[in-house]
Design a protein. Structure first.
Lengths: 146, 142
């Protein structure tokens, strides 16, 4: 129970950071990408400060044997830079550049009660579900031919 | 035009970084929105409770800020609705295959100096800038 409540508090910290920083504002995000036009450098400071705090904090936290509420740290183990990673990232960037929303920015934007944020999140979840269905179908087919 | 907001952006970024450190310290998890959301979609992951709490906290945060302070949260979506839908679908497909987005790869993964996350972040930053350039300066807006 405490574990769940604390996750909510950490989500609150995350959402506050997104909201205050401007990451929940599609217009600001799009201007950050518009280096040749109405460039707004603010998000460089968001990324820079978030990265600095996380890098230092992780260094301290990951020295411990385990997290407070779990037996171990769940860290991604794959180190392979493969096609799904690169193509997926390229595709994600295109969608981000079209809409001005990324997943971490859009979820707190829901709390602003803006319909555009809800429309984006609905479409994004549909996109994730569709991608998962396609991947499962492809994997089923490839195991059949083998 | 949006105003350059160095103080709020540094403060916000610090809180984002802090949330990543706290989720690792308490739950041993990467604070990546894509990964957290994926576990909430069917087939729902058995550890859905902390994920749902994190997402709920993130949604409540701007309401709380506006409720307890006179801090306005600027928001403007300049893109027409059909393009928001198309953008959303594209983002969903992309982050599913890249296993992460700005929070997971861009902050948490980069902080761990993960080669995958560095490659992913360089890639999505490049294609988003390229997309905005094409949309705004070649096509003339959406």
């Amino acid at each position: 129970m405490l574990r769940t409540i604390l996750a909510g508090v950490v989500g609150l910290v995350f959402g506050s950071g997104i909201a205050l920083s401007g990451m929940a504002n599609p217009a600001k995000v799009l201007n950050f990408f518009d280096v040749a036009g109405t460039w707004d450098a603010s998000l460089l400071l968001v990324m820079g400060s978030a990265l600095a705090v996380a890098a230092i904090g992780y260094r301290i936290v990951l020295k411990r044997a385990a997290p407070v509420f779990d037996k171990r740290f769940h860290l991604p183990t794959s180190r392979k830079i493969d096609l799904p990673l690169l193509a997926g990232s390229a595709v994600f960037g295109i969608g981000w550049g079209i809409s001005g929303f990324c997943p971490g920015g859009a979820i707190p934007a829901l709390g602003l009660g803006e319909s555009s944020a809800w429309i984006f999140v609905g479409s994004m979840l549909a996109g994730i579900a569709a991608a998962r269905t396609v991947r499962i179908a492809l994997e089923a087919r490839s195991t059949q031919t083998v | 035009m949006t105003e350059f907001t160095p103080v709020m952006s540094l403060l916000g970024g610090t809180l984002i970084g802090l949330s990543a450190v706290l989720l690792m310290a308490f739950h041993g998890r990467i604070a990546g929105m894509t990964g957290i959301l994926s576990g909430l979609m069917p087939p729902v992951s058995t550890d859905w409770a902390w994920r749902a709490a994190f997402v709920a906290g993130a949604i409540v945060a701007p309401m709380l800020i506006m409720g307890i302070s006179d801090q306005a949260i600027a928001y403007s979506s300049p893109v027409a609705t059909p393009w928001i839908i198309i953008g959303g679908l594209i983002v969903g497909v992309g982050v599913y295959f890249s296993s992460g987005c700005t929070s997971g790869h861009g902050v948490c993964g980069m902080a761990r100096v993960s080669p995958r996350s560095i490659a992913a972040t360089a890639m999505f930053m490049a294609t988003s800038m390229l997309t905005v350039f094409v949309v705004r300066h070649l096509v003339g807006g959406l």
